[in-house]
Every structure is written in structure tokens, then in C-alpha cells.
Design a protein around this ligand. Structure first.
Ligand SMILES: Cc1ncc(COP(=O)(O)O)c(C=O)c1O
Length: 408
């Protein structure tokens, strides 16, 4: 088994671009919150698919929908109609806000579409600048990596897209100063995911909405990570009672099948007339069938209710750890999108969790990111937080941090 794993890794080393830092685990099977490696070892997955696994791995409804659709029709070009794309667009719009969808294959492409739409909307008034946030993450294409407010993702790719400014997330004064006569849109994640599970107060979003209305510019919300129930609401903007003009989705939208979507309020959506934008694979029947099955699962299995109750359980466990270990600085987030700010090396904690059979993630500046499947059970939450606690105990004993804060 060891040999098979080594063989797979060798093949990657030889034939796959080394643009990812990979853990030495070869995963071959998944179900719910569990995955198995080549040797048959089982892991608890507390970060399934970088937020793609909203329904966990291989949700039976999604598997059935994919299998049935694959037998019927996998792909047709967007120059014809298919009932599934229309049905999915209706589902997204009816659960979010009135508008029309453009479909693509990833979060970056959805944001790219949003940025193009904003420029198209601003063009008659000579407005082309987009204000985005520091610590944001919007993708890896040249436009979306420019919008991404983290310098380390820019290195080596200059010149980036002109016309994008960054302001600190949550700083209304800075935003007001940055928005000017050339601005066509403000782009923001309702909760910053890759940037470290950063939250802003609801009043920030209400003020942001007012500012965009006053200036006549688009409010783009990137819900690629927060969307589809993650925060206990279908979409995170609903947490704040603020409706964007454009929302982007990807990740968990189709239960693991690649998809991206941009929903735009109709008055903007209709600017994308034939010839302005396209995607060959975008919204193909296979991806749409999987996404429709994802909506059905969310609604028929009360997934949002599970996110809220399991989110409370996870939060309580993390808060107890924050009280017990002085290297835990803060716990933040919503629903099942929680981050734990550490003063110790978060990637080392992730590696220790892996050794104990749990997959999780570190992001931002030493933030442990917990985004278990929205189908996660109480037992799995307890098991996962038990593993983190065991790692923290080990860390505290090893003297690598200041240690435990008295008794729990
Ligand atoms: C908020 C946000 N937007 C966009 C993206 C980019 O999505 P993709 O990797 O599908 O292009 C990500 C990916 O992590 C994300 O978290």
C-alpha cells in the first residue's frame, strides 16, 4: 500500500504542475464526512473539498442525479435550450433575489463575469474602476487575482489588471474615500474565507448598500464560499438583510461537480447581450442536474437547520477551547464557517490533525478553518473537536506554546 501511495506521488511529481502544497495522502473514496485513502485508512473530513463538499462526499441524491443525467445528455452548447439550466437559474434567483444567471465552471469565472458586467454597466458613464477588499480572495485568473487583496498571490504576475483598488474590509471611511467618479462596482465577500474567516458588522453591509445606491454603482457579493447554506442562511447576504446587485456562486453549488454561477439583478443582467460573454461548458445539463439535486437535498433534508444547530455545537466546542488554551486568540464566523485565530503555527496543527485521522485547513494568518459538511452529525462534530483538543493538549505539553489556561 505504501508503494502504491509512493507511486501516485511520484507520478504527480513527474507529470502534474507543482502549484499546490499537498499533504502526502492519496484519497480514493468518500462518503458524507468521511474519506478513505489507498490503504483503506479512514479520515474525518472537516474541510471537504475546500468548501465544495457542502453536502459531504457523494451525497446519494447528487450521485443519482449525475448518473441519470449522464445516461440522458451530458453536454449541449449554450446555443440551444435545455430545461435544467432554466430550472437551476430559477432556483437560484427565487432563493436569493430577482435576477438572471450566467453559468460557468468555477468561482473565478463567476467573478470574472461579474467584473465584466460591472464594467459594461459603468462604460456609458466612463466608470471602470472596481473597489475590492484587503485580505479578500476572488480567484486566480488575472482579473480575479487582481481583485484578490493579498499581495502574495500577485507576485510574479505583473502587470495586473488596471482599475482595481483595495480598502480594508469593514472600514467604511476608507471605502467612501476610494469610491469616486470612475468607480463602477464594489466587490466583497460577506465573510472573508481564504483571508481568515473575517467578519464585518451588519451595519457595514447596510452602509455599503446605501453607498452603492447613492453612487449608482454595482454591489457585487462573492458568495463562492459562503453560499448554499454555509452560514445557516441560503446566502450570507441574507444574514445582513442586504441584497447585492450581483452574487457569485461556485464551490458547493453542484455537490462536487464543477460549476460557477453569477446571478445579476435583471436591469444589469440584460446588458450581457449575445456576443458579450460566454462559456462553452457553462451550465451544461450534467452540472445543472447535480445543482438541482443539491437544492433539493438542502430543502428536503433541512440542511439549513442542521447548519444552525451543528454550527452552534461546533462554536461552543471551539469557544471552550478558546477559554482553555491561551494560544487560541479568537473564534469567529457564522454557522458552519468558523475560524480559530491562533498565536501558534496553524499549519502545524493541521498536520497533527491529519496524523490523527482528520482533514482540516489553515488559512489567513494562522487561522484554523472549520467548514465541515453541512450534513455533519453531532458525533462527528464531537469527534473532530476532540481531535483538535488532543492536538492542543499535545502542543501545550510540548511547550511549543504557553499552554493551557488553568482548568476547563
Ligand atoms: C470567495 C471565493 N471566491 C472565489 C474563489 C475562486 O473559486 P475557484 O477556485 O472555483 O475559481 C474562491 C476559492 O477559494 C473563494 O473562496
Amino acid at each position: 500500500m505504501q508503494g502504491r501511495r509512493a507511486g501516485t506521488i511520484r507520478t504527480y511529481d513527474r507529470y502534474v504542475v507543482p502549484s499546490y502544497r499537498r499533504s502526502p495522502v492519496v484519497i480514493v473514496r468518500g462518503r458524507g464526512s468521511r474519506v478513505w485513502d489507498e490503504a483503506g485508512r479512514r479520515y474525518l473530513d472537516f474541510f471537504p473539498g475546500y468548501a465544495v463538499g457542502g453536502l459531504g462526499h457523494c451525497h446519494p441524491r447528487v450521485v443519482r442525479a449525475i448518473a441519470a443525467q449522464a445516461r440522458r445528455l451530458i453536454h449541449i452548447p449554450n446555443t440551444y435550450y435545455n430545461p435544467l439550466q432554466g430550472r437551476l437559474a430559477e432556483l437560484i434567483s427565487s432563493r436569493a433575489f430577482p435576477g438572471k444567471c450566467f453559468f460557468c465552471n468555477s468561482g473565478a469565472e463567476a467573478n470574472e463575469a461579474a467584473m465584466k458586467l460591472a464594467r459594461k454597466a459603468g462604460a456609458p458613464a466612463g466608470r471602470h474602476e472596481i473597489v475590492a477588499m484587503e485580505q479578500s480572495f476572488h480567484g486566480r485568473t488575472i482579473a480575479t487575482v487582481t481583485a484578490t487583496g493579498q499581495a502574495r498571490y500577485h507576485e510574479g504576475f505583473a502587470p495586473l489588471l488596471p482599475g482595481i483598488r483595495h480598502v480594508p474590509f469593514g472600514d467604511l471611511g476608507a471605502l467612501r474615500r476610494a469610491v469616486g467618479p470612475k468607480t463602477c462596482a464594489v466587490m466583497v465577500e460577506p465573510i472573508q474565507g481564504e483571508g481568515g474567516i473575517n467578519v464585518a458588522p451588519p451595519s457595514y453591509f447596510a452602509a455599503l448598500r446605501r453607498l452603492c445606491d447613492e453612487e449608482g454603482i454595482l454591489l457585487i457579493m462573492d458568495e463562492v464560499q459562503t453560499g448554499m447554506g454555509r452560514t445557516g442562511n441560503y446566502f450570507a447576504h441574507q444574514l445582513y438583510g442586504v441584497e447585492p446587485d450581483v452574487m457569485t456562486l461556485a464551490k458547493s453549488l453542484a455537490g462536487g461537480v464543477p460549476i460557477g454561477a453569477m446571478l445579476a439583478a435583471t436591469r444589469f443582467a440584460d446588458l450581457l447581450q449575445p456576443g458579450t460573454h460566454a462559456s462553452t461548458f457553462g451550465g451544461n445539463p450534467l452540472a445543472c442536474a447535480a445543482a438541482i439535486a443539491t437544492f433539493e437535498a438542502i430543502e428536503e433534508e433541512d440542511i439549513l437547520g442542521n447548519v444552525r444547530s451543528m454550527g452552534r455545537r461546533l462554536r461552543a466546542a471551539l469557544d471552550r477551547m478558546a477559554a482553555a488554551y491561551d494560544f487560541v486568540r479568537e473564534v469567529r464566523g457564522e454557522g458552519l464557517m468558523l475560524g480559530m485565530q491562533l498565536s501558534i503555527d496553524a499549519p502545524a496543527v493541521v498536520a497533527a490533525c491529519l496524523r490523527r485521522g482528520m482533514l482540516t485547513n489553515a488559512t489567513g494568518d494562522n487561522v484554523l478553518r472549520f467548514m465541515p459538511a453541512m450534513t455533519v452529525t453531532a458525533r462527528e462534530i464531537d469527534e473532530g473537536t476532540g481531535i483538535v483538543r488532543a492536538v492542543f493538549d499535545e502542543t501545550a505539553r510540548g511547550g511549543r506554546a504557553k499552554g493551557r489556561r488553568g482548568r476547563r
